[in-house]
Design a binder for this molecule. Structure first.
Ligand code: NOJ
Length: 529
C-alpha cells in the first residue's frame, strides 16, 4: 500500500520532550506541556509531530534505553496523557508519532535482567567467555549470573535484542538464524507494542536504528524482510499509520517497508555526505575534519548542491511511488541549522529550500525561531558521543518568551534539564510572533504556501535549472524557486522565455527578467510562471 495521504502532505515537527515545555515545574518537559502548546504548532502549520522516546527508562541515553515499552516514563506523564495529546492534536489536524526503539533495550529491562541470569534465554546476543574467559571483540561482560557477555547496539548499557544474523559461522555460535527462537520472540514482540500505542490514537512511529536489527546482514536482506513483514501487518491492521525510519538511506529503507526515511548526516553508501554537504557547518564541539568541503548553505558560497541533489535523485529513482524522503533541518543528534559560524540571516533561504523541496520537511523544535547549538554544555543523559561530539547543544529548552526560563519551566534555573541558551539576545517565539519579518513568520508563511500549492509539496515535479549559486529549480512546472545562501549577489543568465514573465509570490531580494535572475545576498524567491 502507498503511504497514507496525510503523510504525503505532511510538514513534520520533531519534539525532544525533555526540552519543549514543562507543565509541572520539575524542570523537565512533559506531555501536558506539549498539549498546552498545540495551538502554537497548529498556528505554525505543522501537520505531524514526532516525539523522541517517552517510555520508562533509566535515561542514560535520553530515553533510548527503554526499560518498559508499554509505560510512559513518569516524568513525562502517563498513557492517558499520550491519548489526550494524540486526541487534542488530531482535532487541530496534527498527527502524533512516537519513537520506537526496536534494536536494543536498557540493561535494566526485565527481558535483559532475565536473560543475564538464564543461559537458556536468547532474546539478546550472548557469547561464552571462550579461552581464558576472553569475550569476542565488542561484547560486554554479563552483569548477571550467566557467564560470558552480550553484544551492545549503541552504548554498552543498550544490549542488542537478538534478531539473528544474516550469516552463520561455526566458530561464532552466537550468530543465530533469524528463525531461531529468540529472534522469533523479538520479532513477535514488536506488534503488540505498536498496537498498544496505535490503539491510543498515535499515528505511527519514527523507528530508531531501523537498519540495525539483523546483524551481519549483506544488503540488509533479512532486516528488510523483517520490516516488510511488519509493514504487511500494519497495512492490514492500521492502514492509516506510518513508519519513518532512522536509516539514512531512503533507497534501501523504503523498499524495506518504511513509508519514509530521513536523509541524515550518517548512513548510506556515502556515509551521510549528502545531508552534510547541504547544511552542516560543524559545531565548536564537532568541527569539520581539516580539508572537509564546505556545505552548500555556506555564507562564502564555496559549496556545491550537487552531492545532495544527485543523492536525492538517485533515491527517488530507487524508491518510485510508494514512499518518501524526509529532509530534516536537524535533529537531537546533530547540529542545529544555526550552529557555529551560521548567522540568523542565513536561515530564511535554508527554510525556503526545505519547504519548497519535494521531500517531507521535518523541522526540529526551535529551528523555526533560529535557536542555536549551544556549545560547551555538560554531558547530560548520554549526550556525549564516542567521537566526543556533545548532542546537548542541540537539546536546550525551547525559548517561548522573555519570562522566567524563557517560558519553558517554573523550576529554579539550576533544576532545568539543560540550561536556557545564555545569550541575552536569544530568539523567542513571542518576540518573533509579534514581528512580521521574523524567521518564525517566514517559516509559517512558507509552510502555508506549501500547503496551499501541491506543486510545492512532495508530489510536484522537480526540474533543476542551476545547482550552483543561486540554486534555481522549477516545481510542478508552475513555480520557479531561487535560493541564494551566500553573502554575495548572484546573477544567473537564462534563455528561457517561460521565466521572463514570472511573477513573485514571495521574495527577499530576487529579480527575474528576460535574460537573467539576480539574487541578493542570503535571499530566496518563489515565482509563479
Ligand atoms: C539514534 C538516536 O537518534 C540516538 O539519539 C540514540 O542515542 C541512538 N540511536 C541509540 O538509540
Amino acid at each position: 500500500m502507498p503511504a497514507p495521504t496525510w503523510l504525503s502532505d505532511a510538514v513534520l515537527y520533531q519534539i525532544y520532550p525533555q526540552s519543549f515545555a514543562d507543565s509541572d515545574g520539575d524542570g523537565i518537559g512533559d506531555l501536558r506541556g506539549i498539549t498546552a502548546h498545540l495551538d502554537y504548532l497548529a498556528w505554525l502549520g505543522v501537520t505531524a509531530v514526532w516525539l523522541n522516546p517517552c517510555f520508562a527508562s533509566p535515561m542514560r541515553d535520553a530515553g533510548y534505553d527503554v526499560a518498559d515499552y508499554l509505560t510512559v516514563d513518569p516524568r513525562y506523564g502517563d498513557s492517558d496523557d499520550v491519548a489526550e495529546l494524540a486526541d487534542q492534536a488530531r482535532t487541530r489536524g496534527i498527527r502524533l508519532l512516537l519513537d520506537l526503539v526496536p534494536g536494543h533495550t536498557s540493561d535494566t529491562h526485565p527481558w535483559f535482567v532475565a536473560s543475564a541470569n538464564d543461559p537458556g534465554d536468547h532474546r539478546y546476543i550472548w557469547a561464552d567467555g571462550g579461552d581464558q574467559g576472553r569475550l569476542p571483540a565488542g561484547f560486554v561482560r554479563s552483569p548477571g549470573t550467566r557467564p560470558g557477555g552480550y553484544r551492545p547496539n549503541f552504548f554498552d548499557f543498550q544490549p542488542a535484542l537478538n534478531f539473528g544474523y544474516g550469516r552463520q559461522q561455526e566458530d561464532e555460535p552466537w550468530r543465530q538464524s533469524v528463525t531461531d527462537e529468540g529472534p522469533r520472540a523479538n520479532r513477535a514482540a514488536l506488534r503488540p507494542i505498536m498496537d498498544h500505542w496505535l490503539g491510543l490514537g498515535v499515528s505511527g512511529f519514527r523507528v530508531d536504528m531501523a537498519y540495525s536489527l539483523v546483524k551481519d546482514d549483506p544488503g540488509a536482506a533479512e532486516t528488510a524482510r523483517l520490516w516488510r513483514e511488519v509493514r504487511g501487518w500494519l497495512d492490514r491492521a492500521h492502514p492509516d499509520a506510518a513508519l519513518l525510519s532512522e536509516w539514512g538511506e531512503p533507497a534501501v529503507a523504503v523498499p524495506a517497508g518504511f513509508h519514509a526515511d530521513f536523509f541524515l548526516h550518517f548512513g548510506g553508501p556515502d556515509n551521510g555526505r549528502p545531508l552534510r554537504s547541504l547544511w552542516w557547518t560543524g559545531a565548536a564541539d564537532n568541527p569539520p575534519e581539516p580539508g572537509a568541503e564546505p556545505c552548500y548553505f555556506d555564507a562564502g558560497g564555496r559549496g556545491s548542491a550537487s552531492p545532495f541533489l544527485t543523492a536525492y535523485q538517485d533515491a527517488v529513482a530507487a524508491i518510485g511511488e510508494p514512499g518518501h524522503i524526509s529532509l530534516p533541518t536537524a535533529n537531537h543528534d546533530f547540529d542545529r541549522l544555526r550552529t557555529g559560524p551560521r548567522t540568523p540571516e542565513q536561515l530564511p533561504p535554508a527554510f525556503a529550500f526545505q519547504l519548497t523541496f519535494p521531500a517531507l520537511p521535518a523541522i526540529y523544535y526551535g529551528d523555526e525561531i533560529g535557536m542555536r547549538y549551544v556549545p560547551g554544555l555538560p554531558d547530560v543523559e548520554g549526550s556525549v558521543m564516542r567521537s566526543g561530539y556533545n548532542r546537548a547543544g542541540s537539546r536546550t529548552p525551547m525559548q517561548w518568551d522573555a519570562g522566567q526560563n524563557a517560558g519553558f519551566s517554573a523550576a529554579p534555573a539550576a533544576a532545568l534539564y539543560l540550561p536556557i541558551d545564555p545569550d541575552p539576545g536569544h530568539p523567542t517565539v513571542a518576540g518573533q510572533q509579534a514581528d512580521q519579518k521574523s524567521l518564525l513568520s517566514t517559516v509559517r508563511d512558507l509552510i502555508a504556501l506549501r500547503r496551499a500549492h501541491p506543486e510545492l509539496g512532495s508530489a510536484g515535479s522537480l526540474e533543476i535549472l542551476n545547482d550552483g549559486y543561486p540554486l534555481a529549480y522549477l516545481r510542478g512546472g508552475r513555480f520557479l524557486v531561487i535560493i541564494n545562501p551566500s553573502d554575495r549577489a548572484r546573477v544567473l543568465p537564462h534563455d528561457r522565455p517561460d521565466l521572463a514573465g514570472a511573477t513573485a509570490v514571495r521574495h527577499t531580494g530576487v529579480d527575474v527578467d528576460r535574460a537573467s535572475i539576480t539574487a541578493g545576498p542570503f535571499s530566496f524567491g518563489i515565482f509563479r510562471l
